[in-house]
Each structure stands twice: as C-alpha cells, then as structure tokens.
Design a protein around this ligand. Sequence first.
Ligand code: NAD
Length: 484
Amino acid sequence: MSNTSQKSSWSYASAPENTDHIVLKEQYDLFINGEFIKPDSKKYFKSINPATGEVIASISEANKKDVDFAVASARKAFASWSKIEPKERAKYIFRIARMIQERAKEFAIIESIDGGKPIRESRDVDIPLAASHFFYYAGWADKLEYAFPNKTPKPLGVAGQIIPWNFPLLMAAWKIAPAIACGNTVVLKPAETTSLTALKLAEVIKESGLPKGVVNIVTGAGKTGSEIVNHPDIDKIAFTGSTQVGKLIQNSIVGTQKKSTLELGGKGANIIFEDAAIDQAVEGIINAIFFNQGHVCCAGSRLFVQESVAGSVIDKLKDRMSSLIVGDPLDKNTDIGAINSKEQLETIKKYIKVGKEEGGEIYQPTCNLPSKGNWCPPTLFLNVSQSHTIVQEEIFGPVLAIQTFRTIDEVIEKANNTPFGLSAGVWTEKGAKIFKLTQELNAGVVWANTYNKFDSTSPFGGYKESGFGREGGLHGLISYLNVE
Ligand code: NAD
C-alpha cells in the first residue's frame, strides 16, 4: 500500500516497517491460570487488519464458565501473591517491563497491524509508555507504606479489568501494573477488535515466571465483559471505555461491595490565545486531534481560537492538514493511519453528515485514500456553536470543531459547557492565564503549551461524564488498595 500525501511540496519515499520477524498464531486461546486454554464456548471471532480488511487471527470468545475459571484462578493466586515479600513482587514486574522493552519492535508492529495506528506512534508512544508503567509501579511495590504514611495499605483482592481498543497494550499496562504491584490479582479483558497485544503480553507474562493465576486474560466482546462485571467473586471493577457502557456498569454494581474506577469519554477543549506562539500552537492542534486518528479519549476535539488570530490560525491549520500523510500504518512516514473498525468509521461518517446538515462548514484536504480498509481524511468544521451535535458529542475520530472567543471568561464558560470533564489544552505565553485556566476548567488534565503528553508518574482521569478515579502516579495506587 502506498502512502497518500495530499498537497505537499515534500515527497517521501515509502519507508515500510519490516514485518518478517513477526510471528502470529492463526488462533489464540484464553490465558487462564498461567496457561493458554481453549474456550469452553468453543467459539472464536476474527481480528481484522483495519488497513487491509484481511483477517489476522481468530480470537477466543470467553463465556461464563471461562470467566468463572479465570476468577477462581485469580482468587486462588491472591492468597499467596498478596502475602509474598513485596520486593519479590517487584522483581516479577520489573522483569515484565524489561521483556516488553526487549520485544518493543514486535509489540509496536502488532499494535499497528491490529489497531491501524501509525507505526511511529506505537513505536514511540504506546510501547515505551507501557513498559514505563510496569517499571514505575514495580518501584512502588515495596514502598506502599511510604506512599501512605501511618497507614497499613492492603490489596483489595481480585480486580476485573475491561479496556478499549484505542491504546490496547498501554491500557492493559495501566490496569495490570498498579493492580499487581499492590498485591491484587486480575482478570483482564481487551477490546474485541484489538486483543493481540494483550495476548502477546500474556506470552511475556508466562515467560516471566509470574505465579499462575496472578494475571488472567480473557477475550470476547461486551457479553464477556458483563460476565466479569457481574461476577460475585470480584472485588473491584476497573473500566476504560465509553460513557454509555460505563453507565451500564455503574448500574450493575450498585448495591454490591465492588469498588470501581471508570475512565470514560471526553470532548477536550484546546484553547489558543492571541499571545500564543502560533506556529507551535498549530502543531499542537494537529497533535491534539489527529494523534491516533483522533481515537483518543482526551483528544482536543473542540478548538477555541481567540478572534484576533482566528484567521491566521485557521489558514495555517488548513495548510498543515494538507501536508499530513494518510495511509499505511506500517509506513514510518504515515501521520494518520486506519480507522480502527468499520463500525467506528460509520460512526465518524454519521457525525460528519450531521455536522454538515446542522450548518457546519467542512474542510477536508484532498486525499487519495487507499481503496481497501477504513480511512477518514483529517476534517475540520467552522461555523459551529455550542449547541451543534459535533461540539457536544464525542466523535472519537479525526474531526475538529472550531469556535472563536473574545475574552478569557467567555472561553472558560464555553470550554466547561460539556457533559465531559477529561482534558483541556491552553496555549499562551502568560503564566497568569495558565494558572487561571487550570483552576477554572473542569478537566482532569490541563496541558499548557503542549497536548497529549502522558507520563506514568502523572495521574490521569476525569470529572462528570468522563468518569471517576485516577490512573497513573501515586493516585493510581489508591484505586487498588484499602488504605486505613
Ligand atoms: P466501549 O465502551 O464500547 O468498550 C470498552 C470495553 O468494554 C470493550 O472491551 C468492550 O468489549 C467492553 N464492553 C462493551 N459492552 C460491555 C458491557 N455491557 N459490559 C462490560 N463490558 C463491556 O468503548 P470503546 O469503543 O472500546 O472505546 C472508546 C471509548 O473509550 C471512548 O468513549 C473513549 O473516550 C473511552 N476511553 C477513555 C479513556 C480514559 O482514560 N478516560 C481512555 C481510552 C478510551
């Protein structure tokens, strides 16, 4: 597949990543009690390469019996895992981190084949951050009493963990690393379109010698997820996914003893003041909305530009969009890869149609998109206001809605006028404005003069319909401990 550069004076020779050394099985089983086992359901579903439409592998569909077995294995393992010397726990987790680093290239390529994201992103962001998360929480395993002075932190028990498809290995790392560092055991379910790197992680975990049953990985779709959520022997549900499913989960565990953290959707405001470094801000806008095809919960999908600079920002933005390379995720030049699934592409197309019908002015650079696979060109909408559907709802694709503002109070009010509260970005050279906005924006993360930067030492999470609980940093430990 060749890359598709739109209007650009640069021409890049294609630079495809070599996939010769990648070994994938035709069929993947469940990882329970330290072994790969066939699903009781005897059912398998296909994992599809979103850039080509080709089948990559068959993945097991876990049923109630499979989930029962996984939970029972986790419960049995908890008895010893929660008691072993914390520094011994740390050694296993450090080993897993190092093994991810050793196999980083393999993980990155599989992530791009299975999920559609550009290899530059899986290579430079997803996989290093996943390893970093294991390193970081391995460091905490024997220091929990220092993290919570004068308390006796105790693990919760068995955690049921359910993750989405946008950062498959990274989300698995966000879930597993803090949970097992605190002495819990887990049953994790990856998303049905992107199970492969979690199953590769299961191979690493097996090879690392981690005691059987500490980490169990079951695959399947929503039904498998709800078997985990409703299982009576699970102590904590950690969910990352859509607000809609998050609400269902919250309803099903009301009245039980289960603890929960919900990391849900977002509609981040990216705010550009007239005193910002405009060229850097334009790069920041591109990164905020087109990183990972916009399949990012904290994407800067609502852009607010101060009126005095709106004309030049929008011109520069359109110009930069026309140089973005859309195409083969495995090509190192690619900026925007494939949309993760046919269903997600339909959702994005539906929102683009609604945006036009409601009077938005659309801009898409000319793109010769590949003939096979799921593709969406980078898209922006002008002439939209707070009440437009594409300003209010999460699209989860490369679609930006642009509004202007005159005063700082106006933009704070507009930015907060959303059911979500996950992320925001502020571009200005004035520190005082940054402090005011970080205090007054209802967002779990506010980036200043940058966007979409993640670090295992920093807490991440939302307010309002973006969920509750924090992952990452010291805060990420609290979600997996009873601290009394
Ligand atoms: P989704 O809610 O459709 O699915 C997420 C996971 O839940 C999948 O593994 C799915 O199989 C499972 N699931 C579906 N129905 C279920 C049910 N009834 N019971 C239990 N599990 C069920 O979300 P998605 O489309 O995979 O992911 C995109 C969403 O995730 C976006 O809304 C995005 O904003 C959000 N997200 C949030 C964060 C965050 O940290 N806040 C991070 C990444 C993604």
